[in-house]
Structure formats: structure tokens, C-alpha cells
Design a protein around this ligand. Structure first.
Ligand SMILES: Cc1cc2nc3c(=O)[nH]c(=O)nc-3n(C[C@H](O)[C@H](O)[C@H](O)COP(=O)(O)OP(=O)(O)OC[C@H]3O[C@@H](n4cnc5c(N)ncnc54)[C@H](O)[C@@H]3O)c2cc1C
Length: 388
């Protein structure tokens, strides 16, 4: 097996760095418990809605651990690459997959080029797994496309030093506003990395796939300013330049399988439309695809690949459908909302209501076996966050 990766590990990646229990379960199954030891651990999510906080522990579930982690993606992805290499894969770092190798219409590998300027070479393969992320140039070359009126998010994050870097709760603020206080669909987060810093970011949702004339960097500035006092950080001193990216969601990219290839992770638009989380879905879809490929190789039967789309549908179809149906009125509600002055509660009525429904969605994710995880129990309401 060969893995082609354009960048070199450790490489940075725009991400909130939060691993849900479902992601931790996948890492556990890959035998990576030891690699996670000592990394920041989380008990759940502290939701901030309309000036009130609710601590929502990760749900109790028979198949999932009761904790998550926060780990920088340069580190996590290096761990995963090293694990694949230890299992026998050839990891071609610093190689760009330029185009599929096609033989009578079947994908039989990739044309790859070293990013340091060497000549392109062909890497032959019986089967190809497309895992090139949200932009997915390789997938587009095979004919994948995103359903444009399904949700996607634009997210941006950076790091700040904080005395609360070792906390065990991720904070999610469900009321995203621009500089004028206009409510927008999305959320802001603070994820304690445990290394002296916190990862602070925002995710702006486009519920019906529409593009917005809002600068995400300005929304991040506003969010950082709001959380600065309670997290003890200096908004003007991020430790690195903010990095952003798009997150296609809800299975919005397809087709997900061809005669000799499968599409996983963001390349398949797999992230959760309620939360924007995509790591667990990348790991899970990768695992399902690996199972299918293993069977196809063992049985010498490429038709097995066609089962993959049905597996995805069984696992996520219903949940993603609910997400899309919930998103549509959310989009209309935000569109109707008048521009309020900062702190004007009345004009926030509709988004506030949507924020509450998203609050429950944050914790009710489908389980690793297709059933919904049990709803969380609230550990209590506090008014520790002063109303804005
Ligand atoms: C700001 C931000 C915050 C986020 N926060 C979270 C979070 O806290 N938790 C969470 O679960 N999800 C989060 N997400 C979503 C999450 O990052 C993605 O869903 C997840 O990384 C998808 O994994 P992937 O492997 O499919 O794609 P990626 O992680 O994007 O990996 C794709 C890889 O393919 C490589 N590549 C691309 N093109 C080529 C090519 N042509 N040749 C060779 N290599 C190529 C890239 O270099 C990259 O390493 C966030 C996203 C953003 C933008």
C-alpha cells in the first residue's frame, strides 16, 4: 500500500484539534492508546447560549469511551502516518497526486510528483482511496461534485496562550455574531490544548450552501474578544497566523464509489452538519473503505466496492437527512432576522431558538453502529458567563 501526501509531517492543518469520543474509539481500534497518553483530555462540551453555560458531559455509550482529546493536527496526523508506515505502508510525503492513471476508463493509480520539483511518476494501484480533503482536486478529476444547496461551513482558528490551557472542557458558544452584533449561523469554540495554549476558532455555517459576504477572520476577532477575559488571553497576540478552511458536510460530495476507487473523509463531504466535526467521520469512512477494499482483494472481486455507498447510507443517511432538514429553516430564520444592536435580546429570538436546537444536536451524534448516542445529561446550569 502507498500513501501519497503532498506535505511533509509534521505539517500544520487548520483545525479545532478536538477529538470526540467517536474519534478516540477509532484511534483506540488502531492501537494508538499509548500515543494519546499525556495529551489533553476532555470530559465534554461547555455550551454557552444566551449568556448561560451548560456543561454537557460526553454521552454514556456502550461502545464509546467517555472522554475526548484535544491534539494539534500536526501531531495527530504524524502519529497516524507513522502508524501506517509501521503497518507496512509506503508513505510518500512531499508528493503531489496530480491526476488519476486511467486504463480503459478504470482508475489504476495516480500520477504523482515530488513537491521539491522531481519528475512526475506513476504509482500503480489496483484500488485507489481518494482522501485529499475538502478541495479534493483528485476526486474532482474522477467526477466527484458537491451538491451545492447542502450545508457547508467555513472555519478559522488560531492559538493563544491561556492560564486555562489545561482545562478539561471544550467551550462552544452557539451565538456567532459579526462586529455589529448581527447573529449568524455557526459557533465559536475554545479548545484547551494543554501545552500552554488554547485553540480558538469559529465555524460559519452556510445551511443551504449559500456563500456569505462575511469575513471569517473578523468573526474570529469578535469571538476572541468575547472570550478573552474569561480565558485570560490577549486577543492581540495569537501565537500563530490564523488558518481557515472549508468543511463540506452531510455526505454532500459524491459519487462515493467507482469501479476501482472509494472516496472518504472531507473528499466525500463527510463532516457533521450540526457541529462541523470531521475527524471522526474521516477515520470512520476510512475504516469502512478499508474493510471493503480488504474484502475485494481477498475475494478478487471489485464489485464488492459498490457496497461502500450503502454502508455510508446505513451509518449516516438518516442523521444527515435530519441535519439538512433542520438546516433549511435555520437558513431562512437567519435571513429574516433584523440587524440588532449589540445585546438586544428581542431581535435574537429566532437565532436563539435555533441555537438551543443546535445545542442538543451538538451532543446527539449517531453512534459508531448507526444508532443515536444517548442524549447527554446536563451537569447543571450556571450563570458564570455574564450576558453580553
Ligand atoms: C478551522 C477548522 C477547524 C476544524 N475543527 C475540527 C475539530 O475540532 N474537530 C473535528 O473533528 N473536525 C474539525 N474540522 C474538520 C476536520 O479538519 C476535517 O473534517 C478533517 O481534517 C477531514 O480529514 P480528511 O483526512 O478527510 O482531510 P484532511 O485532513 O484535509 O487531509 C487531506 C490531506 O490530503 C493532502 N492532499 C490534498 N491534496 C493532495 C494531493 N493532490 N496530493 C497529495 N496530497 C494531497 C493534504 O495535504 C492533507 O494532508 C475543522 C476544519 C477546519 C477548517
Amino acid at each position: 500500500m502507498a500513501i501519497v501526501e503532498r506535505q511533509r509531517f509534521w505539517r500544520p492543518k487548520a483545525c479545532g484539534d478536538t477529538l470526540s469520543p467517536r474519534a478516540v474509539r477509532q484511534l483506540h481500534d488502531l492501537g494508538l492508546d499509548a500515543a494519546l497518553t499525556g495529551l489533553a483530555r476532555t470530559e465534554g462540551i461547555r455550551l454557552v447560549v444566551e449568556g448561560r453555560t451548560v456543561e454537557v458531559p460526553w454521552p454514556t455509550h456502550p461502545e464509546l469511551p467517555a472522554h475526548g482529546h484535544v491534539v494539534r493536527r500536526d501531531r495527530l496526523d504524524s502519529i497516524l502516518a507513522a502508524n501506517a508506515a509501521a503497518a507496512g505502508a509506503t508513505v510518500l510525503e512531499g508528493h503531489d497526486a496530480l491526476a488519476p492513471v486511467l486504463e480503459r476508463g478504470f482508475v489504476r493509480g495516480a500520477v504523482v510528483q515530488p513537491t521539491d520539483g522531481g519528475p512526475p511518476v506513476e504509482v500503480p494501484a489496483r484500488y485507489v482511496l481518494v482522501a485529499d480533503g475538502a478541495a479534493s482536486r483528485f476526486g474532482r478529476a474522477l467526477g466527484t461534485f458537491r451538491t451545492r444547496d447542502w450545508p457547508f461551513a467555513t472555519a478559522i482558528r488560531s492559538y493563544w496562550q491561556s492560564p486555562r490551557h489545561a482545562e478539561t472542557w471544550i467551550e462552544a458558544e452557539l451565538e456567532l455574531t459579526d462586529r455589529e452584533g448581527t447573529p449568524l449561523p455557526g459557533h465559536g469554540w475554545v479548545a484547551p490544548v494543554g501545552d500552554g495554549t488554547v485553540n480558538v476558532g469559529i465555524s460559519l455555517l452556510s445551511p443551504a450552501g449559500e456563500t456569505r459576504s462575511v469575513n471569517p477572520a473578523h468573526l474570529l476577532d469578535e469571538h476572541v474578544r468575547r472570550v478573552a477575559e474569561r480565558w485570560g488571553l490577549d486577543p492581540s497576540r495569537p501565537t500563530e497566523t490564523p488558518a481557515s478552511g472549508r468543511v463540506p458536510m452531510g455526505g454532500s460530495v459524491g459519487p462515493k464509489a467507482g469501479p476501482t476507487y472509494l472516496v472518504v473523509g472531507d473528499a466525500a463531504g463527510s463532516a457533521n452538519p450540526f457541529t462541523g466535526a470531521g475527524i471522526e467521520y474521516a477515520l470512520e469512512t476510512g475504516r469502512m473503505a478499508a474493510d471493503v477494499l480488504h474484502e475485494a482483494l481477498a475475494a478478487n472481486d471489485p464489485t464488492v466496492l459498490q457496497r461502500y455507498s450503502a454502508m455510508l447510507d446505513a451509518e449516516y443517511g438518516q442523521y444527515f437527512k435530519v441535519a439538512r432538514l433542520t438546516s433549511a429553516p435555520m437558513s431562512r430564520s437567519w435571513g429574516r432576522t433584523a440587524r440588532p444592536t449589540r445585546g438586544s435580546r428581542g431581535s435574537r429570538a429566532v437565532p436563539g431558538c435555533c441555537a438551543r436546537s443546535r445545542a442538543s444536536a451538538f451532543a446527539a451524534t449517531p453512534s459508531a453502529s448507526g444508532r443515536y448516542a444517548s442524549p447527554p445529561t446536563c451537569s447543571g446550569h450556571t450563570d458564570s458567563v455574564p450576558p453580553r
